[in-house]
Design a protein around this ligand. Structure first.
Ligand code: NDP
Length: 244
């Protein structure tokens, strides 16, 4: 029996694509949402139509008590994989525009939240009858730094890359593989939430492959890393970025 896949931020974008593909691959799914319950219900309905079970849970990964409540609601005997995906970006900004509230919010969600979700997932995996695997969603911005756009976001994703490397080594003896994906420019709502929906399309022309990517293309890489086909891959940070 394949592990259930827990996907934070599974209600939209890359997380929703991972949820759909996981179901298509015969996995049950627990997907979390933050503000968009309707979108989460729509994804869950698609998964049910594909013949798999989908549980939806509200979770704010920037709130440690919300993360604890998420894991308290999961059957401790359920073998689980984790797609550590929930993330936010701010409006485009340069260094002078950054303030404590904005930077703290971004780090609380993208870095602290992701680390605490991984911690609870590892504790769950250690207690469950079969161990699982983790894919953290980083960003090409972690490598590029995103000057004059998303400096704070890029730095928060750099933390995820470093965390992935360390956690992979820590957990390798237990058979829990930990990897990260660095998506490049992927057409999802995150760009609209960042304040400039059209920008993603325009920037797509600067990608070596000449176009933005899709959430489905990222999901394919995520599900591969979770699968036994990647059984000797841990601590890897895989760019899915059209060559960017
Ligand atoms: P979307 O905005 O489409 O989806 C983000 C998801 O995260 C939503 O399901 C949202 O829930 C959830 N979320 C937001 N804030 C919180 C929170 N505080 N607690 C829990 N969940 C939250 O973005 P993408 O699909 O594009 O992004 C997914 C991941 O991919 C992010 O980590 C992002 O940084 C990363 N990424 C995206 C790129 C892109 O170009 N799109 C490029 C590189 C990395 P809800 O909708 O319910 O509020």
């Amino acid at each position: 029996m394949a592990n259930t896949v827990l996907i934070t931020g599974g209600s939209n974008g890359i997380g929703a694509a991972c949820a759909r593909l996981a179901a298509h691959n015969g996995r049950d799914v627990i997907l979390t949402y933050h503000s968009d319950a309707a979108a989460a219900r729509a994804v869950a309905a698609e998964i049910a139509a594909a013949g798999r079970e989908a549980q939806i849970v509200r979770c704010d990964v920037s709130d440690p008590t919300s993360i604890e409540a998420l894991f308290e609601g999961i059957d401790p005997d359920l073998p689980l994989d984790l797609v550590n995906n929930a993330g936010i970006v701010g409006p485009t900004a340069s260094i002078a525009d950054l303030d404590a509230a904005r930077v703290t919010r971004i780090f609380a969600t993208n870095a602290v939240g992701a680390i605490l979700v991984a911690k609870h997932a590892v504790l769950h995996m250690r207690a469950a009858p079969a161990s699982g695997h983790i894919v953290n969603i980083s960003s090409a911005a972690a490598r590029l730094g995103s000057p004059n756009l998303y400096l704070d976001y890029a730095a928060s994703k750099g933390a995820i890359d470093t965390f992935t490397k360390g956690l992979a080594e820590e957990l390798a003896p237990e058979g829990i593989r930990v990897n990260a994906i660095r998506p490049g420019l992927i057409l999802t709502d995150i760009h609209a939430k960042g304040g400039e929906a059209g920008r993603a399309h325009r920037l797509g022309r600067t990608v070596p492959m000449g176009r933005p990517g899709t959430a489905e293309e990222v999901a394919e890489a995520v599900l591969w890393l979770l699968s036994d086909a990647a059984s000797y891959v841990t601590g890897a940070i895989l760019d899915v970025s059209g060559g960017r």
